[in-house]
Design a protein around this ligand. Structure first.
Ligand code: COA
Length: 424
């Protein structure tokens, strides 16, 4: 038994933000029915193609454990089938451009009429207000949500991060909203609308930067490197390079091999509690009690000097050797791991966070499995569906179409070509 067994999701999502949400729900056991435009499907199927003719990794890695039905929701018979799907499903998830669902004729009022228990979950770029009609992608959300203005070095331009906090981050937020609404429905008997805006999701993840914005009113932010360097603060939270956000000075430092390996670096935190161990390690025992070095406030204007000396030491070891030496001393360090190293990490494979998946068109590939582990509801990763692979199965088994009725729908032009199967 899986946690969300019996929950049926009408998955009208595409690209990244919505599909990450429904993929999580599928891993938790929900039956996720992905509705795709006949003959076209989710645009990502054919984006960043690496194996000609096969679904891209962009698509396969975001759509595991789902079933696919090809359905033209603007066609008369397509609308009939969509109405039946709304009757049979518990949750409808969508991340169309603003107004697209209404233009199809499926307003929130209409959906409630069809199924009052339906939970309609939507991702949009912005919440209600002056930007609500804008189309939004990952980097737009990172910029509009406060991430870009606070990422990068103080003397450089704003930067976007590699973590997809706008798309996958908002998908996570929406998944939480959906299971919460399902829980409330247990008591109220009613569905509700769940909305997650990408700007809001990014801002939520940048909460500590809004904290710092307000702390600025009380004076300069002493844990930022620029404070010790004597660089004045402006009106807004500045970019802080690789400073650690928690108040304990930290930096990314070179390790052995940095000249040729772009990821031969470690994150090193000079936590106050282990200062004496750090001094011994880097060959500066005199700093333990020296005036100007002994306490954290005294050290703030010397961080460049201190980290330069620590780096002389880290450069004599690999990033993994730094970890081996520092961990027993409780000195917090973190190797900068490349995607290649993560993909080959035995520990992540053992927990199912990195998995091998077999696909009929593209063969074996590596993916990220479910990052949240439930002891009573293990997630097994199943390959993504081919376009329309389950059209007939869903029409028959979920919606009960049979005989002439099934033929009528299959031949209506609303569901694309007869169902493709993996063998084809
Ligand atoms: N049958 C018939 N029509 C369908 C369909 C189906 N199964 N699925 C989609 N369509 C139609 C939509 O109704 C829409 O038609 P309309 O413009 O006449 O209303 C059209 O396809 C395009 O949909 P849209 O969502 O506008 O796609 P897009 O490629 O133009 O825009 C986004 C893509 C991501 C920018 C946009 O969907 C968006 O802003 N989404 C919300 C924010 C978001 O999730 N962004 C991150 C994506 S990772």
């Amino acid at each position: 038994m899986k946690a969300l067994d019996g929950v049926r999701i009408l998955d009208f999502t595409h690209v990244q933000s919505g599909p990450t949400c429904t993929q999580l729900l599928a891993w938790f056991g929900a039956d996720v029915i992905k509705v795709e435009r006949p003959g076209v499907g989710d645009a990502t199927r054919k984006q960043l193609v690496d194996v000609p003719g096969a679904d891209s990794l962009y698509f396969t890695m975001l759509n595991h454990n789902k079933r696919s039905i090809e359905l033209n929701s603007k066609h008369g018979t397509g609308k009939e089938v969509l109405t039946r799907l709304i009757e049979e499903c518990d949750v409808m998830v969508e991340n169309f451009a603003p107004g697209a669902l209404d233009r199809m004729g499926f307003t929130w009022e209409r959906i409630q009429e069809i199924n009052p228990r339906m939970i309609l979950a939507s991702i949009k770029g912005f919440g209600p207000g002056q930007y609500e009609d804008c189309k939004v992608y990952e980097n737009v959300a990172q910029c509009a949500g406060g991430s870009a203005s606070t990422t990068g070095f103080p003397d450089g331009p704003p930067l976007v991060t590699g973590a997809q906090i706008g798309d996958s981050g908002t998908g996570l937020h929406l998944a939480l909203g959906i299971v919460t609404a399902l829980y409330q429905r247990e008591r109220s008997g009613r569905g509700q609308k769940v909305s997650a805006a990408m700007q809001d999701g990014v801002l939520n993840l940048c909460r500590v930067k809004l904290r710092d914005q307000q702390r600025l009113a009380a004076g300069p932010l002493s844990e930022y490197s620029q404070y010790g360097e004597g660089i004045p603060f402006g009106e807004a939270t500045p970019r802080a390079g690789n400073d650690s956000g928690g108040g304990q000075p930290g930096r990314i430092l070179k390790c052995k091999g940095w000249e040729t390996d772009p990821d031969a670096y470690t994150y090193f935190i000079t936590q106050a509690a282990v200062w004496k161990s750090i001094c011994d390690l880097i060959g500066r025992p005199e700093w333990k009690d020296a005036e100007g070095y002994a306490t954290p406030p005294e050290r703030l204007d010397k961080l460049n000097e201190i980290f330069a000396v620590i780096e002389e030491w880290t450069m004599t070891l690999t990033k993994f050797e730094v970890m081996e030496v520092c961990n027993p001393l409780n000195i917090p360090v973190g190797p900068i791991l490349s995607m290649k190293e993560l993909m080959e990490d035995e520990g992540l494979r053992a927990t199912g966070t990195i998995v091998d998946v077999d696909h009929p068109e593209r063969g074996k590939y590596v993916s990220v499995g479910c990052p949240v582990k439930l002891s009573d509801s293990p997630a097994e990763v199943v390959r993504s569906p081919l376009l329309g692979e389950h059209t007939e199965e869903i029409l028959a088994d979920v919606l009960g179409y049979a005989g002439e009725e099934l033929s009528r729908v299959m031949e209506s032009g609303a569901v694309g070509e007869p169902t493709r199967t993996a063998a084809e």
